[in-house]
Design a protein around this ligand. Sequence first.
Ligand code: A5P
Length: 232
Amino acid sequence: MTAVSAADRDAQKRAAAERAVVEVEDGMVLGLGSGSTAALVIAALAARVAAGLRVAGIPTSERSAALARRLGVPLTTFAEHRRIDLTIDGADQVERGTLALVKGLGGALLREKIVASASRRMIVVVDETKLVERLGDRTPLPLEIVPFGAEAVIERLAALEGRPELRRRDGKPFVTDNGNYIVDCHFAVITDPAALEARLAAIVGVVESGLFLGLASKVIVGTRGGVEEIAP
Ligand code: A5P
């Protein structure tokens, strides 16, 4: 298969984002994802809001919150709504057969997972480069960890053979919206994501992993041949 250009990927992301927003209904509480594809979702949603759609969104990052505010998408919080009707978010990897996901390259995985877990439905929007037969090291598996004791946590992660690397920005540890660190792990093929998730969760200091299992209700993929929908 020939490589997908950056322009093609952008067009695919936009097509997937616009298709997903068609599923938004008046009065819904929405989970607003993070990342470049989710930003296109927020923009498409803003166009519908400007045309009269009434929704309220719970953002998964400060960045998405700022974009939604700037584009006029009303925001809400869990204090107002314990349940979310529909979340639309991007992903870094989508396993075609199971819709298991790797997320968190943008560092928003914890809020993304809380929002996805509180949602009745989650639609994932991606370009075709994100589809994989098995989750693996096409992109790192990010983990959000507590800064206190980070060195010890990273040592325990190294024992799992994930080659953990503390994410840095401008030479300093990258700090999430929740004040935590991100460790990027590089596992080869992840043959049993649920078992890996359990082993990671058992390490005290790991807050969450970027494995999203059983959360996606549907994946909308922009491809060279048009938009494809994959349901479990
Ligand atoms: C943010 O933390 C991530 O989970 C994003 O959803 C993911 O990285 C996809 O981002 P893009 O749409 O920018 O590829």
